[in-house]
Design a protein around this ligand. Sequence first.
Ligand code: SAH
Length: 221
Amino acid sequence: MIGARSPAQNLALATRARARMVDRVREMGVRDEKVLNALLQVPRHVFVEEALASRAYEDTALPLGFQQTISQPFIVARMAEILREGREMGKTLEIGAGCGYQAAVLSHLCTDVFAVERIRPLLDRARDNLRHLRLPNVRLKYADGMLGLPEAAPFDTIISAAAAADGVPEALKAQLAPGGRALVPVGGRQQYLILVERQGRQFRETRLDAVRFVPLLGGTE
Ligand code: SAH
């Protein structure tokens, strides 16, 4: 019964629940302490609807409405760990801001985060959620992320929270800085994370984990 407790007691409970969530993510194999620390910093309960707040620190995806979900903490951490390996994340484009949770985690790992979302009410919610956390290096944009974000390109890192049916969109590859890396779920029923590494004019693609994401859709609504 969360309501029967004082705000200070609720905060202490949330902090403990979050530490347990991070322990589970570590047990599942994420080793990058900077990433684990970023997960520890972000109050996930702020990003889920009130009715689901008691489940905010379960390591699961949760519904956001509009047939979308807030990403599972493990996958947010896993993707950040893959992208960070051996380099700084620098200027980063996130496609599919949803409620803004992943953008908040990334803000602790990147110099700048540009997060785009194609569903207006979700973007408004992300804006609201992030305002409370005062993260000066996160910018949100209402846009179709399939086209990347030309006005802010090039990016050192691109991360997609939605699965591209037919391979990594060319616009995203084109907006990678030299040496930049993108991580995009690709596929329909069967999806994999595809890591794209740009070396000069060459792009190397590597297939990594099997995953399950909502689809990357074109246009805005
Ligand atoms: N990053 C979010 C996950 C949201 S789910 C989190 O932290 O929990 C994925 C999001 O991608 C959805 O909100 C969906 O609307 C959005 N999306 C799908 N296709 C998109 C596109 N072409 N451009 C921008 N956002 C897109």
